[in-house]
Write a protein that binds this ligand. Structure first.
Ligand code: ARG
Length: 472
């Protein structure tokens, strides 16, 4: 009887303005529009194929939805908060455009399976964008690694100089981390990739629908198996957020290293002017705001994950309106992660690593003390005894304000009869690195092989992804 409310005859009063404002989701879920239109087209075609709707109605619906798609893309679509969400907005416009046929589209469908379907489609697309951005950063890092196979630096534990490394080896550690991050998205994609459509509000429908056909037309691997689960579950979004939070936590460590390394104290890297910022008061400053913000934005992505975890906790099956809170954290987390990956790729790709500063850092701090101990081990001295002998030599060097290398061979011989003059050559960082010719190690041959492997992997994926398209 009433036309003042979108809910039909049950209501005699339009929602209070406060309620309308409070319950609307169209201000943010309009991002689902292209996916909602796609699923509605697939749904309408299925209703035609199964004889649930007459073909002329289906044709009118598809035509209308295609026009709405163009309006949304052009930015001319008139969104209305009074129509609550993206789904009701599109349906209302469809009915405006094609009349009664539009009013038949919602046959055998509920917004509960509809929103879950559009959201899963959106997530699948976003996951692909994140994976491409992860690869983009890996490519930028690999470019630097390739140019710095011969660059040596001290590796650190406890942020104290530990043992020499090739810079390429250190950068390849970052690439390994990104590869695992990507793997998490690949893994979760399999669980996002199920189609809820046809589950209805919670108990499917009486109409003879074809769930498999719609699922495949929409590019899903399969329909969700259980209708109650299909409209209730958001663990696919939780997994996506968890993968974003882990990836972002990992990125924050790269950000932190760039911040530290670009300080005057380290001086290992200089960011390009295009990827650094100045100070409004101190003219000399060149600040690493990009890596700092990457580090800083980790908090909000972890917050996005926690926010949805708490929303979903304790929710009864099946759909509850709480679930409308699922989208904003996912949008925010994926947007933020993709932005961080892109800007970090630019910052790293254009940065200048300072091989001379790294080399200078290697000359201090007795970074090759382990070699001296290994030297004794090679002569049959038990490692613990060798460790103690070299430790005493280091203490002596420290007391003299110098390093192990400056002590000279006679002091070594004095400390242990197994030391010979050639021990001094063992203290050369280049030699120390080359002696670590072990799987996963920093010797030149190992690093070059690891680089080849990583480049080939990224190259192959680049070829694959250039064959597919993505739209967010
Ligand atoms: N805007 C809602 C959401 O994002 C759509 C589904 C609403 N379903 C309902 N029965 N009220 O979750």
């Amino acid at each position: 009887m009433s036309t003042r409310t979108p809910w039909g005859g049950r209501f005699s009063e339009a929602p209070d303005a406060l309620v309308q404002r409070f319950t609307q989701s169209v201000s943010f879920d309009r991002r689902l529009a292209p996916f909602d239109i796609r699923q509605s087209i697939a749904h309408a075609r299925m209703l035609g194929r199964t004889g649930i709707l007459a073909q002329p109605d289906v044709d009118a619906i598809v035509r209308g939805l295609e026009q709405i798609g163009r309006e949304v893309e052009a930015g001319t679509f008139a969104w209305s908060e009074a129509l609550e969400d993206v789904h009701m907005n599109i349906e209302a416009r469809l009915t405006e455009l094609v009349g009664l046929a539009g009013a038949r589209l919602h046959t055998a469908r509920s917004r509960n399976d509809q929103v879950a379907t559009s959201f899963r489609l959106w997530c699948k697309d976003a996951v692909r964008a994140v994976m491409a951005a992860l690869d983009g950063l890996a490519v930028a890092i690999l470019g630097q690694a390739r140019s710095h196979v011969e660059t040596l630096l001290p590796g650190y534990t406890h942020l104290q100089r530990a043992q020499p490394l090739r810079l390429a080896h250190h950068l390849l550690a970052w690439v390994e981390m990104l590869e695992r991050d990507r793997g998490r998205f690949v893994d979760l994609l399999a669980r996002v990739d199920e189609c809820p459509l046809g589950s209805g509000a919670l108990a499917t429908t009486t109409h003879p629908i074809d769930r498999e056909g719609v699922a495949h037309e929409l590019g899903f691997s399969r329909p969700c198996r259980n209708s109650v689960d299909a409209v209730s579950s958001r663990d696919f979004a939780l997994e996506l957020l968890a993968a974003c939070a882990i990836a972002m936590t990992n990125l924050s460590r790269i950000g932190e290293e760039l911040v530290i390394w670009s300080s005057a104290e380290f001086g290992f890297v200089e960011l390009s002017d295009a990827f650094a910022t100045g100070s409004s008061i101190m003219p000399q400053k060149k600040n690493p705001d990009v890596p700092e913000l990457v580090r800083g934005k980790t908090g909000r992505i972890v917050g996005d994950l926690v926010s949805l975890l708490v929303t979903v906790k304790g929710l009864p099956f099946a759909y509850d309106r709480d679930l409308q809170e699922d989208k904003e954290p996912v949008f925010d987390a994926t947007d933020t992660l993709v932005a961080c990956l892109g800007v970090l790729a630019g910052a790293i790709g254009s940065a200048r690593f300072d091989a001379a500063r790294m080399r200078a850092a290697l000359e201090q701090g007795s970074v090759t003390a382990t070699e001296a101990a290994d030297y004794l081990v090679a002569k049959g001295v038990p490692f613990r005894e060798a460790h103690a002998v070299v430790g005493a030599l280091v203490a002596r060097a420290v007391a003299q304000g110098t390093d192990l290398t400056a002590l000279g061979a006679p002091v070594f011989r004095q400390a242990h009869p197994a030391f010979d003059d050639d021990v001094m050559s063992w203290l050369d960082p280049e030699r120390a690195v080359e002696r670590r010719d072990v799987l996963g190690g920093p010797a030149r041959g190992r690093v070059l092989a690891a680089l080849d492997e990583a480049e080939a992997r990224l190259h192959e994926r680049g070829d694959e992804s250039s064959c597919t398209t993505s739209s967010t």
